[in-house]
Design a protein around this ligand. Structure first.
Ligand SMILES: Cc1ncc(COP(=O)(O)O)c(C=O)c1O
Length: 397
């Protein structure tokens, strides 16, 4: 039995002792399972999506300053106004849409809480939510906890492109929400202007809400532009844009993000937000407000991560893996059929135990765990870590 199945089984068994689970099919996440196994075998960990290098010391000093200056009590429920203001300016500058800092932007505990809150505020029992697979794992539990029904559109390897004709067929009179994610975790693809225009045209005659997960908005390569939903008037008027400072400033552990949406949607969002968390870490918000004023702190990120992507891909040139360079995010998919026909989770486990390298099997993001013969590697790592990982990958036969 594969170790991943074993961990899943023990979790399921445990939940049967505590009665009727609200999420009977939710298992230990693949990230926890792989992370634990990687630690046990002291493997190089390219599985989870976080940097293994430090954030900017300036940002840390700003947090310290905020604490020393007494910003240690509750922040306003919607978030520190100065931070909402600078976010509003940033979105207007980059995407040309003006969000009111007062009424249309809320600071959240990472993008995860923004996503959970938007879903909880709008999804009733029986509502359908279109989820494009492979998908990040926090959408579906939030939909199910609220009695919603995820409706899947499974994309295909190796391009993972959305067929808008198929997408349109998923819409019914029960569709309440659509979730998109660009740049996309795990495939590393991005939605183009044309994609967004097609989505805008399809949703035009409906009242469907769009949840646009844009946590990798500043990690996009080869001169491409991030096509935020806020750029498209017919989308902006129905969209929750969810973003993460954790991804942008190498501080995933601070769990801070934000959500921008039109006033009527945001008013409902805040009804849930104020009773779920009320407000978010105050000194970090103060620090972010100052740090975000300098655009070079986020505009340089594309280049920074593109160099890491290229360094990693250059390192595995002589390996047997096949790949298309990631277009965005800090993930690279590698297709392994020239090496083996094993299932991806079996290979991922073997790579940890036998070769000391951890990655994420893509099947865990797909409908019915479909195997695409792909592993996901995170290149938000120090040069020496990427070098060691590349060497292992090149030596696999
Ligand atoms: C696509 C996607 N959405 C949301 C999140 C969660 O972001 P945060 O850590 O800010 O909650 C992640 C984190 O990996 C992600 O990859």
């Amino acid at each position: 039995m594969c170790i991943f199945e074993f961990l899943t089984f023990t979790t399921m068994e445990y939940s049967s002792h505590i009665g009727n689970s609200k999420l009977p099919k939710v298992e230990t996440t693949i990230f926890t399972t792989v992370g634990n196994l990687a630690r046990k075998h002291n493997a190089i960990d390219l599985s989870q999506g976080f940097p293994n290098f430090e954030a900017d010391r300036t940002l840390m000093s700003l947090v310290n300053d905020a604490m020393q200056h007494g910003h240690n009590q509750y922040a306003p429920m919607q978030g520190y106004y100065g931070l909402r203001e600078v976010i509003s300016e940033k979105i207007e500058q980059l995407h040309g849409h003006s969000y009111s800092p007062e009424r249309e932007i809320t600071i959240t505990v990472g993008a995860t809480q923004a996503i959970f809150t938007a879903i909880t505020a709008f999804i009733h029992k029986g509502d359908e939510v279109i989820v494009i697979k492979p998908a990040y794992d926090c959408y579906e539990p939030a939909i199910r906890l609220n009695g919603g029904i995820p409706v899947y559109l499974q994309l295909n390897a190796p391009d993972y492109k959305i067929d808008w004709h198929l997408f349109r067929q998923k819409l019914t009179d029960k569709t309440k929400m659509v979730i998109i994610n660009t740049p996309h975790n795990p495939s590393g693809t991005i939605l183009s202007k044309r994609d967004m225009e097609q989505l805008e045209a399809i949703l035009k005659p409906t009242n469907v809400i769009l949840l646009s997960d844009e946590v990798y908005e500043h990690i996009i390569f080869d001169g491409a532009d991030h096509e935020s939903a806020s750029r498209f008037p017919g989308l902006a008027n129905r969209t929750f844009v969810c973003a993460s400072f954790g991804k942008t400033f190498h501080v995933t552990g601070w769990k801070m993000g934000y959500c921008a949406a039109p006033e009527s949607l945001m008013a409902e969002f805040r009804k849930v937000h104020q009773f779920a968390v009320f407000c978010v870490d105050h000194p970090v918000q103060r620090a972010m407000a100052t740090y975000l004023k300098n655009a070079s702190h986020y505009l340089g990120l594309n280049d920074f991560y593109q160099k890491k992507r290229d360094f990693f891909l250059d390192g595995i040139k002589s390996s047997k893996f096949k790949y298309k360079p990631s277009q965005g995010t800090y993930f690279q998919l590698l297709q392994y059929t020239p090496l083996t026909k094993e299932r991806d989770e079996v290979l991922a486990e073997r790579l940890i135990i036998e070769n000391g390298l951890a990655s994420i099997p893509i099947s865990s993001f797909n409908v019915a765990n479909r195997n695409d013969y792909m592993l996901r590697f995170c290149f938000a790592k120090k040069k020496e870590t990427l070098e060691k990982a590349a060497e292992i990958l090149c030596n696999l036969n």
